[in-house]
Design a protein around this ligand. Structure first.
Ligand code: ADP
Ligand code: MG
Length: 693
């Protein structure tokens, strides 16, 4: 239940004075439906109204606040000409210019012969001084009412700055006095004012400095939001740990046999991760661990080997992937090894239906299947395990916290391993996973050749086609990724089809095509043909982005590379360089290249280090954008900006941990205040995990 103190903020904006249906619709697009949403709409700049010269000294293009006498009203002869109000002071004349104005309204506002204060941008025009559509026209005794530094808010069409400011003022006027939820020692150390004051100052900065994201008030607001985020994550985690886990121990015989059967040696990083995982499993608390490793670092085999402990102890295991292609591929990777060990492995996706599916589910419920690989389909109601003890989510950061919770409901006290490919910087990983235990695969399997990356203008397409043709003649295999035109599979598919047609006329049936609009069975068939070498050029949309593994592929062509994000380009490039032969990546771009696009391509040419690329990505895009992209599955923030508030995140994490150690169900006075904080930032879903929610 939302605390009562927040009720005034969680009401529709239409409850504010002067907000009708039209305005509330506009507000909804800029901010959101509720009054609380307006609070987070912080000014992006200020208009300085402190400059008040005489008319003759008012420079062109500068906002001035000038005291004048109203001399004359000149109504226009026709609707195309403006209404002009002539004003003066000792130094000269100023023309106030109004298009589409109502004369009687202006007459009322600016009566002849009176003194008025006008504020707005002055323009010099044909020897005259003009102020088109002043922002303020007031009597001298109203001057106090205009802010010396007036906040500028982001706008949408049809929403006047004045109206928006007035509405936000109305929202601020409704602020209840919030209890203090943050640690008083921290507040003192950082010099942060109370929350109410911080919010007020953020909306009415008295200096330019107050506007900075580094101003104490801004940092305090950002901190509170990050604390809500970290606390909510820690609560989910606490909930998972509270539900009794089980201690899984075994003598590792199965693992030993598997290791012997592997065609390669595990890397040091893989061994370390496996040791950390089995230590977690041996504990009675539930495991929740993140396995982070760049593309191609060998996470899948780690996941499978980790499963063996649970299987040896008599339990079932599951592996969930974000896409059909990936699920099938994991299944194919693991199957031979599992079968060599005499284990039963099965795959379940949305595509499996009817009798076969029923038979599979029956075997699963009877405990005859040791490893179940699948997609979201694993969450379906009728999927019942006999005894699921260990689940791996290969999420490539596409699943949210709540899906992980849902998964853990498929069995009692399930140990959980979440795998993710790097491109999330540490700070972002923390906002998505909080205080998870983390294992990192920092080292790539040995024998990998570096990838040569080149950026080439699209005008040289023919040369690229010829070069790919030559390499393919010599036995190479190539991916050809087509432009992401829009967030529309239909249009992407059309572009890929066109390129496929083009290349097929040159190279014949050796060119294959895969895109998101094909039937799953068709996709599989094409992927299989590419794996086996039946086709050697695979034209694709970004469906191949995640995890696809064909070690023989050594060429990656990416068209319209300037349209992709850095993380995505890195993922795509990671499809090659997986075998023993040298690989290359050709980034085709269209001119003119924007500054950011140029910087992205440069980073890619310079490094293959996923961690570095992730940090650069954050820097280039700003966390707002990284976090804002919906498909990333990462949380987005209203006030905090991780490119500048990253340091606060760690403090928030430690604080959240400390809070739950002392007061695990948030019942103390501060605990109650923290509940208000969680609701304020709409992290209410976490509150259900408290014992006395
Ligand atoms: P990720 O899932 O981290 O992107 P994969 O698990 O798909 O990486 O592994 C990439 C490739 O490397 C696979 O073909 C896998 O068989 C191989 N591989 C994994 N570990 C090793 C190792 N220690 N030595 C050599 N090859 C390995
Ligand atoms: Mg993988």
């Amino acid at each position: 239940m939302r605390p009562e103190i927040l009720f005034p903020l969680f009401t529709e904006t239409s409850r504010l004075q002067g907000v009708g249906p039209r305005l509330s619709k506009l507000l909804e697009t800029v901010a959101g439906p509720h009054i609380v949403d307006l609070l987070w709409l912080l000014p992006s700049g200020v208009i300085d109204r402190r400059f008040s010269p005489q008319i003759a000294d008012a420079p062109h293009g500068v906002v001035c606040t000038i005291t004048v006498n109203v001399v004359e009203h000149r109504a226009p002869p026709n609707r195309r000409r403006p209404y002009v109000v002539l004003c003066s002071d000792e130094s000269g004349m100023l023309e106030l210019i109004f298009f589409n104005a109502k004369g009687d309204y202006l007459m009322q506002l600016l009566p002849l012969g009176t003194t008025r204060v006008v504020s707005g941008k002055v323009e010099h025009y044909n020897n005259s001084y003009q102020m088109p559509h002043p922002d303020h026209m007031i009597t001298p005794d109203q001057v106090e009412g205009i802010q010396a530094l007036e906040p500028i808010y982001p706008l949408t069409q049809g929403l006047l700055p004045k109206i928006l400011r007035r509405t936000i003022d109305g929202a601020i006027a409704r602020l209840p006095m919030m209890p203090e939820w943050s640690d008083t020692a921290l507040l003192a150390r950082e010099g942060w004012p109370p929350w109410n004051e911080s919010l007020r100052v953020a909306h009415a900065p008295a200096t330019h400095e107050a506007l900075s994201l580094l101003a104490p008030t801004r940092r305090r607001l950002a901190y509170d939001e990050l604390l809500a985020n970290q606390l909510a994550l820690a609560m989910v985690r606490q909930h998972q740990k509270r539900r009794k886990g089980r201690s899984i121990e075994c003598d590792g015989a199965l693992f030993e046999r598997a290791e012997k059967a592997l065609p390669y040696q595990l890397t040091g990083a893989q061994r370390m991760a496996l040791a950390e995982i089995s230590a977690d499993m041996a504990e009675s608390a539930r495991m929740l661990r993140l396995l982070q490793g760049d593309v191609g670092s060998g996470k899948t085999i780690v996941a499978f080997l980790a499963m063996l402990g649970a299987i040896e102890a008599g339990y079932q295991t599951a592996l969930m992937a974000p896409t059909e292609i990936l699920a099938r591929q994991h299944f194919q990777t693991i199957s031979p090894l599992a079968e060599a060990l005499g284990l039963r492995i099965a795959v379940l996706t949305g595509r499996d239906k009817g009798r076969a599916r029923e038979a599979l589910l029956a075997d699963l419920a009877a405990g005859e299947i040791h490893v179940l690989v699948g997609t979201h389909a694993l969450f379906q109601q009728d999927v019942n395990f006999h005894d699921l003890a260990f689940a791996v989510v290969d999420e490539q950061h596409r699943f949210g916290v709540h899906q992980r919770v849902a998964f853990s409901d498929k069995g009692a006290g399930i140990d959980m391993l979440v795998m993710t490919a790097t491109p999330i910087p540490r700070t972002l990983a923390m906002t998505a996973y909080g205080d998870l235990d983390v294992s990192r695969l920092t080292e790539k399997p040995p024998g990998r050749q570096p990838i040569t990356t080149r950026a080439i203008p699209a005008s040289r397409l023919d040369e690229v086609v010829a070069a790919v043709g030559r390499s393919v003649e010599n036995g190479a295999r190539a991916y050809w990724v087509c432009p992401l035109v829009e967030e529309s599979e239909l249009i992407d598919a059309a572009a890929a089809e066109e390129r496929h047609h083009h290349l097929a006329t040159i190279f014949g049936p050796r060119v294959g095509l895969v895109h998101g609009r094909m039937k799953p069975t068709e996709k599989d068939a094409v992927m299989e043909a590419f794996k086996s070498g039946e086709i050697d050029i695979l034209v694709a949309t970004t469906v191949i982005e995640v995890g696809v593994d064909v070690p023989e592929a050594t060429i990656m062509v990416i068209e319209h590379a300037e349209r992709f994000g850095l993380a995505q380009l890195h993922q795509l490039r990671g499809r090659v360089g997986r075998g023993v032969s040298a690989s290359s990546c050709l980034l085709l771009y269209h001119t003119p290249l924007g500054e950011t696009a140029r910087a992205r391509l440069k980073v890619l040419r310079e490094t293959e280090d996923g961690f570095r690329i992730a940090e650069e990505d954050l820097r280039l895009r700003g966390s707002g954008e990284v976090l804002g992209t919906r498909q990333s599955g990462l949380p987005s923030f209203r006030v905090a900006d991780l490119t500048v508030h990253g340091d606060l995140l760690e403090i928030a994490r430690d604080d959240a941990r400390l809070i739950l150690n002392r007061d695990p169900d948030l019942v103390s006075e501060r605990g109650q205040a923290l509940r208000v904080l969680l609701y304020l930032f709409e992290r209410d879903a976490a509150v259900q995990f408290l014992k006395s929610g």
